[in-house]
Design a protein around this ligand. Sequence first.
Ligand SMILES: [Zn+2]
Length: 301
Amino acid sequence: MKNKKLNILVVLGILIAVVGTIVGIRSTLKIMQTTSKQTKLASVALAAKPIVEPIPTESPETTETPTPEPTKAPDITATPEPTEEPTSTPVGNGHIVAIDAGHQAQGNSAKEPIGPGASETKPKVASGTTGRTTGVPEYQLNLDVSLKLREELQNRGYQVVMIREDHNVDISNAERAEIANNSGAEIFLRIHANGSDDTSVKGALTMAPSSSNPYVSSIASSCQDLSQKVVDSYCAATGFKNMGVQNYDNMSGINWCKIPVTIVEMGFMTNPDDDTAMQDQDMQNRMATGIADGVDDYFGI
Ligand SMILES: [Zn+2]
């Protein structure tokens, strides 16, 4: 019996040893597995590093981002430009008008030929007349109305070329005509006011070359047509006495012209009624409107 018991103990001991060995091996394997997992994680982490490294590559991208912003800013600046173009294009009527506000602060008594090839000469530009009642110089009235006329014509879709916008210039009458000729303008409006020793003389007139003018015979009839339409429209708008179209063949500012031209004598600054009326702002607007009406009529607008 004792031997049987011993045998059982021995068998049990062997079993325990076997089981213990198995458990030991298993735990060793587990540790190995864990280590390999950690190694894997580490290698993943290493592999992730290059992904992290591209982040600095992203930061240049962030530096690039401000660059597109300035690109956007010109876009915004560029946007109003096309907005302006369509606005001016449909408004324009395709006609170009040159305006000369007659005279300047100081006349120039140096002489120039009254036309191309002419032997007769006249002062380059006279000093003009003065309002007998208001004291306003003609060159100032001429520019005041010319600027209103420019605005009126532009509102109607005309392109306008101004010979002068300042009183302190020195441009002769022949030079004014040449500027208008070379400006691309189709017609030339010369804005003036009249003077007379007889203070009772009042009213408006326009000046044009006669058909026998040796310098501008090819445009004389167009000048007559323009002058007639302007004086009629002007007097209709202002109520000024209509003195009609008068022929002048000794005007340098007409004879040097290559485009239809008219001199508008808006009223007599030596007459108290005309002089006072021409300083009224509402009247000046009507004066500009009347001249513009004549231009519309000339172009058939
Ligand atoms: Zn004048």
